[in-house]
Design a protein around this ligand. Structure first.
Ligand code: HEC
Ligand code: HEC
Length: 363
């Protein structure tokens, strides 16, 4: 236990060394590992405690709306998959916080994937893409699912052939991208522009910008607990996550607890680097919209958000939360549920079936 506590203390001091000016002082997690008993100090003001742990979503991001709307159409377009049954929206549903309500993804011909789909919302702000970070950015990421045989299983020649046969679509692409517009690069670029537009400002952003009333008391208590317990060691930055890799089960073995067997997907970043130290390392996911994106974890094994919060406290921090702490933290996490931009949804609704691009920019 002492060794484990030490690991957390080291993690905290590392973080203190690389940013968060206030993180070396305020955290209850760091004081609980200290050996000199101190008299309880009055609680520090929340804003002081936070320092620069978090940042609000940037405002006024410039986007080319023609490309964004083409990207929206493509994101919902099943012609991007091998058998024209699946679009990006099948696994990244806007009505489900940009993720999916299934444990693991189901690709073409009902094939089960190995892992749960993370949210696309605000994904641009993650320092790398995928659970194991194998794509550097959204553009590198977007090429993956289209040709992945257990996801969309498409082939670019066939996809581009289908899209070039759609005169309305070609005309819209030409307007946005110039001559010979319907290329793999431009299709992917449009999808990325749309994804970049999927920022979801939330009550927490309003609070970070100074509006005290944006978080109710439970959410404020939850934010304090989130910091005190040590969640901010890993979940920080503009996405309350997405800034680092961390081991799943830093303090207690998550996989033993789950039942002992380990899948290839459980190896996390190890699958990319083959370095022993990367075994079970995952990108710390964003917690924006987490209220909507269950089931949770890379294996989709936890359906309940409070359950995920308790598991995190136990396996990552060696802490057993009280019911009140768990409830308050969930209240804080709910303040990360944001608003989709008005253009996000397809005019005709956007179930997993998606829409053909032809009518997409009609609004
Ligand atoms: C069959 C389901 C499925 C389809 C279709 C699909 N995805 Fe995904 N997506 C996933 C899964 C599963 C992951 C996580 C895979 C991993 O990390 O190994 C993922 C990861 C991502 C990520 C990374 C997010 C992050 O934080 O790491 C982005 C962005 C994304 N997908 C966008 C897209 C786009 C754009 C499309 C359409 C071109 C698409 N996806 C199609 C299932 C799907
Ligand atoms: C040591 C780093 C670390 C700490 C501390 C930590 N987390 Fe996590 N968190 C992670 C990682 C890594 C994942 C992804 C693990 C996986 O899916 O296998 C994760 C996943 C989650 C998820 C699931 C998100 C999703 O989309 O599936 C929630 C919710 C969460 N954390 C909340 C918390 C809370 C609340 C705390 C504090 C009690 C906390 N975390 C502490 C690293 C950490």
């Amino acid at each position: 236990m002492t060794r484990l506590a030490l690991r957390i203390a080291i993690a905290l001091s590392l973080l203190a060394g690389c940013g968060g000016e206030s993180s070396q002082e305020g955290s209850g997690a760091s004081s609980s590992t200290s050996t000199t008993p101190e008299p309880p100090a009055p609680p520090r003001p929340l804003r002081e405690l936070i320092g620069d742990t978090f940042a609000a979503l940037p405002e006024g991001v410039e986007l080319d709306m023609d490309k964004v709307l083409l990207g929206r159409a493509l994101y919902h377009d099943r012609r991007l998959s091998g058998d024209e049954t699946i679009s990006c929206a099948t696994c990244h549903m806007l009505d489900h916080g940009g993720a999916e309500p299934r444990r693991v993804s189901t690709g073409i011909r009902g094939q089960q994937g190995p892992i749960n789909s993370p949210t696309v919302l605000n994904a641009e702000h993650n320092f790398v893409q995928f659970w194991d970070g194998r794509a550097a950015d959204l553009l590198e990421q977007a090429a993956g699912p289209v040709t992945n045989p257990v996801e969309m299983g498409g082939e670019w020649d066939a996809i581009l052939g289908r899209l070039r046969a759609d005169r309305d679509f070609v005309a819209q692409m030409t307007e946005a991208y110039g001559e010979n517009a319907v290329t793999q690069a431009n299709v992917l670029d449009a999808i990325v522009q749309y994804e970049r537009s999927l920022a979801t400002p939330a009550p927490f952003d309003r609070w970070l910008r100074g509006d005290d009333s944006a978080l109710d008391e439970a959410a404020q208590r939850g934010l304090r607990a989130f910091i005190d317990v040590g969640c901010t060691t890993c979940h920080r930055g503009v996405n309350v996550g997405g800034t680092m890799y961390q081991r799943m089960g830093l303090v207690h073995d998550y996989f033993e607890r789950r039942g002992g067997t380990r899948t290839e997907a459980d190896m996390g970043r190890f699958n990319v680097t083959r370095e022993e130290r990367d075994r079970h390392m995952f990108k710390v996911p964003t917690l924006r919209n987490v209220e909507l994106t269950g089931p949770y974890f890379h294996d989709g094994s936890e359906a309940d958000l409070a359950g995920a919060v308790r598991t995190m406290a136990y396996v990552q921090l060696g802490r057993e939360l009280t019911d009140a702490q768990a409830t308050d933290i969930v209240a804080f996490l709910s303040s990360l549920t944001g608003t989709l931009p008005a253009h996000a949804r397809m005019p005709g609704g956007d179930g997993p079936a998606g829409e053909a691009p032809g009518g997409a920019t009609a609004d």
